[in-house]
Every structure is written in C-alpha cells, then in structure tokens.
Write a protein that binds this ligand. Structure first.
Ligand code: BV8
Ligand code: ZN
Length: 244
C-alpha cells in the first residue's frame, strides 16, 4: 500500500471539511509526562495497568492516590508543548477539528483546544465513590490522601479505570467523529487499549484517510494512509505551517 508523506498530508488538511484526531500519552511525552508503556510506564514497580483499576483502589486506596497525586504534581509542573499548541491552532484555523483524547492530563485544554472529548476522564476531577458527587480540584498536591467527600465517602480520581466502561455520551460522540472525519489523525498512541484503539479502523472503514504520527510503529501503521515517523511536537507544527 502506497504511504504518503508530509506534503501530501498538509494538502489533505487544507482541503478537508472535517478532521478528527485521537491522541495518547505520546503527545505529552515532550512535556515531561511519562507514557504508560514507555520507560516511565512503571511507578514503584507497579505496572500502570495494575494501579488504574477499581480492584487496586478497593485493595489500597492510599497507594492508588499516592500514584495519582504524584502524576498530578508532575502535570501541574508541565506545560503544553508545540504538539498540543499546533492542534489548538488547527482547531482555531479550521473550526471543524474534533479532538478525542485518551490523556487525563488536561494539557490540551491548557493549550487552548476547546472541542475535546476526554474518553478516559480527567485527573483534575474527583468523584465520590459513595454519593457520586463530582468536583474539580486543581491543587497539585492534595492536603489529605485519600481525599473524602462532604458525605464522608472516599473520593476517587475522575478517570476511567481498566475494566470500567467509558462515559457513554462522550464515547458515542467519539465514534461519530471517527465516522464523519475525512482525515483521522492518530497521534502518540500505541493503539492497544480498547475501545479507543478501534477508532482508527472505524474511521478508515468509513472512508477517512488515516494519518499516524508516532516515533514508532503501532498496529495502526498497517492500514494508515500516511505514517509520519517522529515526535508529535516536531511534526504537528510543520504540518500546520502553510508557509512551508
Ligand atoms: C472497557 C485512564 C468495557 C486512567 C486509561 C478488547 C481487546 C483486549 C482488551 C480489551 C478489549 N476490550 C476491553 C479490553 C480491556 C481493556 C484493554 O484495552 N486492555 C488492554 C491493556 C489490552 N480496556 C478497558 O478496560 C476499557 N474499558 O473496555 O470497558 C469492558 C469492561 C470489562 C471487560 C470488557 C469490556 C477501559 C480502558 C481505559 C483505561 N484507562 N487511562 C489513567 O490514566 O490513570 S488507559 C491509559 O492507557 C491511557 O488513557 C491510554 O488509553 C492507555 C495508554 O496508551 P497510550 O496513550 O497509547 O500510551 P502508551 O504509553 O501505551 O504509548 C505511547 C505511544 O506514544 C507509543 O506508541 C510511543 O511510540 C509513542 N510516543 C512516545 N513519545 C512520542 C510518541 N509519539 C509521538 N511523539 C512522541 N514524542
Ligand atoms: Zn459523597
């Protein structure tokens, strides 16, 4: 299958009526946030996937909260990078960009993106595990771990854990965005976590051109129309730059 290069992708983006993008941990790597499966994918010898589960929280809520509090601290010190900013600029310029992110770090928001579907939730949201009350708490380090709700219930991070279903309405919008897209960008994701990883194939089977941006090959590389190898913070600004 013929693979297209940067220039062709830039042309596609200029003429596309609808663009959707799926992002993963790789887009935040250059902001100093460890990815899930890269070298930083471990915390105190725990696999991320073992800590991000309802079972781990039931077993040891303090340990799980120490991990999330550590991640919140890292993210609070981080800044959106050129990759996040390029997507925010594309949304502004194009108006029809829908951003589906697996990241819970909030860096797309801080970069100025607005049309964001957070299919795995948000680390800055806390939810009571008893009454379900949700609140936003932006303090980098929480005064009390685990935090408690006004009802006395344990609060948990407002993220989707492994074995938990994604928020239905947001997921339905993400699937529709994949179906409606003419260009579907797949940026910085290893494409192994489902159902998110299935969006690229859904876009492809709905007639979209799939463009992957990753430093490495992934299962999407096999059917992408363009697979641009390199870092998101380097490639995305160049794709958006019409002076080039
Ligand atoms: C569910 C929030 C219904 C929490 C996360 C079908 C087949 C197999 C398994 C399943 C299946 N369906 C369901 C499952 C189970 C499971 C799953 O997919 N397991 C995997 C591990 C096999 N899925 C679920 O449990 C989902 N729920 O299906 O509910 C149900 C329920 C029960 C049973 C059946 C069905 C819920 C999944 C969501 C979990 N929550 N995050 C938190 O963040 O703490 S997932 C989390 O991990 C992230 O959000 C993200 O989605 C994923 C990590 O993946 P990536 O973001 O891609 O990051 P990764 O480190 O892997 O890769 C980084 C990539 O970037 C690499 O490719 C690298 O090369 C690249 N890169 C690095 N640097 C750069 C770069 N690219 C560009 N520039 C750079 N600079
Ligand atoms: Zn409560």
């Amino acid at each position: 299958m013929l693979l297209w290069g940067m220039d062709q992708v830039r042309e596609w983006l200029k003429s596309a009526r609808s663009i959707a993008a799926l992002t993963g941990a790789g887009i935040s790597a250059e902001s100093g946030i460890p990815t899930f499966r890269g070298p930083g994918g471990f915390w105190r010898n725990h696999r991320s996937e073992d800590l991000a589960t309802p079972q781990a929280f039931a077993r040891d809520p303090s340990l799980v909260w120490e991990w999330y509090d550590w991640r919140r601290g890292l993210i609070a010190k981080a800044r959106p990078n050129a990759g996040h900013c390029a997507l925010a600029a594309l949304e502004l310029k194009h108006g029809q960009l829908l951003l589906v992110t697996q990241n819970v770090d909030g860096l797309h928001d801080r970069a100025g993106s607005r049309n964001i579907l957070k299919i795995h939730g948000d680390i800055w949201t806390l939810r009571c595990s008893v009454c379900g009350r949700e609140r936003e708490d932006l303090r980098a380090s929480l005064p009390q771990l685990p935090p408690r709700c006004t009802c006395g219930g344990l609060e948990r991070p407002g993220v989707v854990w492994f074995g938990e279903s994604l928020p239905q309405r947001i997921w339905a919008q993400a699937e529709q965005a994949a179906r409606d897209s003419e260009i579907f960008l797949v940026i910085g994701t290893s494409a192994v976590v489902y159902p998110a990883a299935g969006l690229a194939a859904l876009a492809k089977s709905s007639g979209a051109r799939v463009v992957e941006i990753n430093v490495d090959d992934t299962p999407v590389s096999a059917f992408a129309d363009a697979s641009l190898k390199g870092s998101a913070a380097e490639i995305l600004p160049r794709l958006m730059d019409d002076r080039l």
